[in-house]
Design a protein around this ligand. Structure first.
Ligand SMILES: Cc1cc2nc3c(=O)[nH]c(=O)nc-3n(C[C@H](O)[C@H](O)[C@H](O)COP(=O)(O)OP(=O)(O)OC[C@H]3O[C@@H](n4cnc5c(N)ncnc54)[C@H](O)[C@@H]3O)c2cc1C
Length: 473
């Protein structure tokens, strides 16, 4: 059978399930669904056969049953924003784009809500806020990142775990479709997560390799009150000691604690029309159900940081100023890419508390000794309250795909060395893909081989997101 004949058969099968309006073979859509945040082009020799937009878990079950029988690779896309290469198909197959799966149901009587895989994080946040609830999930790409993608990563993102835990701590259950087509529901309809074996764990933070998450059930969390603070230091060591002191003196940990090194702060501030700060900046969001208590928490935090001799440390009550500081952080990378007309390479390094000063210094010198990257500026910012940083580099757009691949490999090799040295791992973007070597370095070949056996049990023909576990991307 010719490739064309086979591909036409696959397309008409998919149209039979979701209707012709929701299957596309347009070259534009195929290329779009083959890209991610990385600066190299789509693999034009391995574009998808078709992109399908299912509406229900039943649709996905039919697709996976067929793909499993025909041994056709299937890739799941929420919005393709993930940053370790997992959302980029590495061979020709079917792409399931979850954007139509937008059910969202707040069940106050039951104490939880249920989000379809295609709901955007920001949509969920707004719908919950309207009803007085807080969403324990805050991703930088919140306007497009999907709920299904966030569930698969179990990403902490901006949220500080010691303050509010991980999204997975609030996820009571998922509905998932296995690579062989069965639809399963995990977990509970109660408000307490199961003790002992809970299949939810295979899908929350499962890196999308064991099943397609079609619905996520999350406990309702009453809305919280915020209070804001900022501090500026001439030396990184002062900031590191301050963060450590915050934990050792057991003051209420803020829900957000962001860091901008002097360089990034200057670019972000001036970009927002503010005067550049005289040093490195750290800014916080304390929280509590009561505003008064949140404000008291901010004062306690300020007292801790003042012991480390900052240039200044003060609560922020002017919300116009706060919005500018926060967006200075959020807009720095897009602004840099624009200003320098370059492409972004970014990774995630995580320190431990005991050796945090050393870790922070090493994060600032992250690219030392890394060929080519050592000649570039390391734009350092991060979720410092969680001891994590994003060393970021702007690379010239004309370097060529092979060189850019090479640089991203060097970046992730260095990230793996760093996180292995401090005994940590990424808390945001997931495992495998560009981090497969890290997984083996950090957890050992035995753990990796076990993961391969688990994958083979769930997906005997390796049709779902193939290449993620193997680290092809
Ligand atoms: C500018 C920018 C800022 C970002 N900021 C943050 C941040 O602050 N914190 C953070 O953690 N991340 C951040 N990210 C990374 C990214 O937004 C997150 O990883 C996000 O959770 C990915 O969601 P997505 O819908 O785009 O998933 P995709 O990238 O489409 O998919 C990610 C992986 O999950 C799988 N997958 C997706 N949906 C499903 C499903 N329903 N079932 C099974 N598998 C599935 C995919 O196959 C892929 O392997 C950022 C990215 C960008 C570009």
């Amino acid at each position: 059978m010719t490739t064309d004949k086979r591909e036409n058969e696959i397309v008409s099968f998919l149209e039979g399930i979701v209707g012709p309006d929701y299957v596309t073979t347009s070259r534009f859509e195929k290329i779009k669904q083959s890209l991610d945040a990385y600066p190299y082009h789509a693999d034009m020799n391995n574009l998808p056969i078709a992109v399908v937009l299912p509406k229900t878990s039943q649709d996905i079950s039919e697709i996976l049953k067929y793909a499993n029988k025909e041994k056709i690779p299937v890739y799941v896309r929420g919005s393709g924003t993930q940053l370790i290469g997992a959302s980029r198909p590495d061979r020709s197959g079917i792409v399931i784009f979850t954007s139509r799966m937008k059910t969202f149901d707040i069940k106050e009587d039951w104490g939880y809500f249920e989000a379809g895989a295609g709901i955007r994080n920001q949509e969920a946040k707004d719908l919950l806020a309207e009803r007085g609830y807080f969403l324990p999930l805050v991703i930088g790409a919140k306007h497009i990142a999907s709920f299904g993608g966030a569930t698969c990563n179990n990403t902490s993102a901006h949220l500080i775990e010691p303050a509010v835990g991980k999204p997975g701590d609030y996820i009571l259950a998922v509905e998932a479709v296995l690579p062989t087509g069965e639809i399963i529901e995990t977990g509970t309809r109660g408000i307490g997560k199961p003790a002992g074996t809970d299949m939810t764990k295979y899908f929350v933070g499962g890196d999308g390799i064991l099943g397609v998450v079609t619905k996520t059930r999350m406990r309702l969390v009453p809305q919280i009150q915020y209070s804001y603070g900022i501090a500026c230091f001439s030396e990184l060591a002062g900031i590191a000691r301050g963060v450590k002191r915050m934990y050792l003196e057991q003051v209420p940990v803020p829900i957000f604690t962001e860091f901008l090194d002097r360089n990034v702060a200057e670019i972000g501030y001036t970009n927002k029309g503010m005067e550049a700060p005289p040093g490195h900046v750290i800014f916080f969001v304390s929280y509590d159900r009561e505003k008064e208590t949140a404000d008291k928490n901010t004062v306690k935090l300020m007292d801790v940081y003042k012991k480390e001799k900052p240039i200044y440390a003060e609560p922020v009550t002017d919300m116009v100023r706060w919005e500018k500081v926060w967006t200075a952080r959020e807009s720095t990378i897009p602004f840099l890419m624009n200003k320098l007309q370059g492409r972004l390479l970014v990774c995630e390094v995580v320190c431990n508390l005991a050796t945090f000063e050393e870790g922070m210094e090493e994060a600032a010198d992250f690219n030392k000794g890394v060929p080519y990257l050592e000649d570039l500026t390391n734009y350092l910012f991060g979720h410092i309250g969680a001891l994590s940083f994003h060393p970021s580099f702007i690379i010239p757009p004309d370097l060529g795909d092979e060189r850019m691949w090479e640089l991203s490999r060097l970046l992730y090799k260095r990230e793996a060395e760093f996180n292995t040295k401090y005994g940590t791992c990424g808390r945001e973007w997931g495992q495998f893909s560009k981090r497969k070597d890290f997984f083996i370095m950090r957890y050992g070949q035995t753990s990796y081989d076990l993961m391969k056996k688990i994958k083979a049990t769930f997906d005997p023909n390796n049709i779902l997101n193939p290449g993620v576990l193997e680290g092809y991307r």
